[in-house]
Design a protein around this ligand. Structure first.
Ligand SMILES: [Zn+2]
Length: 355
């Protein structure tokens, strides 16, 4: 990804996850054989439990009984591991842990966990119920605060689409970075939920798994969007035998990272978000207009105002620094680099304008 988000944790929206964390941590200590509110339910969760007997209380009870009923300590351990490992998103991103899928859970409890966690996420699901909202706030409130702290204008996963802000009526999609359909216990963990443009979320990443490229592939590392890694920059390099980029099959795009220790994470990002195809298509579509803008700038600076070609280059470079925070900016920068670094650029610009 192009840059990393800043976390706004702690935020009230995390309360529901924290209440469930209280429940599971106590269930997993294996001291209880009977579903007991007094022991298993966080005091601040009690009012919610009482309000939504069928939707929450009965489901937690069924889940608890399924856990108690597992045949062996080994089966219980798989469920515990799935809970604690899957919620440690950082350790999954650097592949120091391997996540556990629904398909690996004991049959006696998998359905109960999936049924409950599927009902948690969403404005019309448990997270959006009135009494839950009173305790946790809304996802929109989280989004507003998130966007105040993260002032980027564009989606950091693509750099192509702009993000909404706290003053917009709606909010951007929250992507389940690790798929909630594949991995138990992570559907309302806000270390796994990231605002993302709609095209990234629904059209490109969709149901792709960050951890495995396909069922036969080995585990792979991926960028953690709250990474504090400072040495991180993505650079693009257009490689073409000529300056006509209209046909994306006739030229290459190199996607490079300044931090070679994360080369594999860059490859995961490229695959999951369909980066190369999207970037090449966008460059092909815009190249004619971007080229005309460069010609126009050269004309204004060198022809109309009589300044030198070196001053034109300096002006273009100044623009580069402003580009990364606007839609398509990283592509415009790579295109400008491509045009300016052409040894014949000055001659081409001058010649075209003379003609
Ligand atoms: Zn995006």
């Amino acid at each position: 990804m192009l840059y990393f988000y800043k976390s706004i944790s702690p935020h009230p929206i995390e309360n529901l996850h924290n209440y469930l964390d209280f429940f599971f941590t106590r269930m997993f200590d294996d001291t209880q054989t009977v579903y007991s509110h007094a022991y298993l339910i966080h005091p601040n969760f009690q009012g919610i439990i009482d309000t939504y007997k069928e939707q929450i209380d009965e489901r937690l009870k069924a889940l608890f009984n399924a856990y108690i009923g597992l045949a062996t300590p080994q089966e219980k351990q798989i469920v515990k591991d799935a809970y604690f490992i899957n919620n440690d998103i950082v350790s999954l991103s650097d592949a120091t842990n391997t996540p556990i899928k629904y398909s690996q859970l004991p049959a006696g409890i998998s359905t109960q966990i999936k049924s409950f966690y599927d009902e948690l996420w969403g404005d019309s699901k448990i997270l959006g119920y009135a009494t839950v909202v009173n305790s946790c706030g809304t996802v929109k409130q989280h989004f507003n605060r998130f966007r105040e702290v993260n002032e980027f204008l564009v989606c950091p996963f693509c750099g192509l689409e702009s993000l909404l802000c706290e003053h917009d009526d709606g909010r951007d999609d929250y992507d389940h970075y690790l798929l909630k359909s594949q991995y138990p216990f992570i559907s309302i963990n806000f270390n796994n939920l990231f605002p993302m443009c709609h095209r990234c979320n629904s059209k490109n990443k969709n149901q792709k798994d960050l951890v495995y490229e396909n069922v036969a592939a080995p585990q792979r590392r991926f960028y953690y969007p709250y990474s504090k890694e400072a040495n991180h920059e993505i650079n693009l390099n257009i490689v073409s035998p000529n300056n006509d980029l209209k046909d994306p099959t006739q030229w290459q795009l190199e996607v490079n990272t300044t931090n070679l220790a994360y080369e594999d994470c860059k490859e995961t990002w490229k695959d999951v978000f369909n980066i190369e195809t999207r970037y090449k298509a966008t460059i092909s579509k815009h190249s004619k207009f971007w080229k005309e803008r460069i010609f126009s700038k050269h004309h204004n600076i060198c022809k109309k105002n009589g300044r030198s070609y070196a001053e034109f280059e300096e002006d273009i470079l100044d623009d580069f620094n402003d580009y990364l925070n606007i839609s398509n900016g990283i592509l415009m920068k790579s295109f400008n680099d491509f045009v300016i670094n052409d040894p014949n650029c000055q001659a081409n610009l001058t010649g075209i304008l003379i003609v």
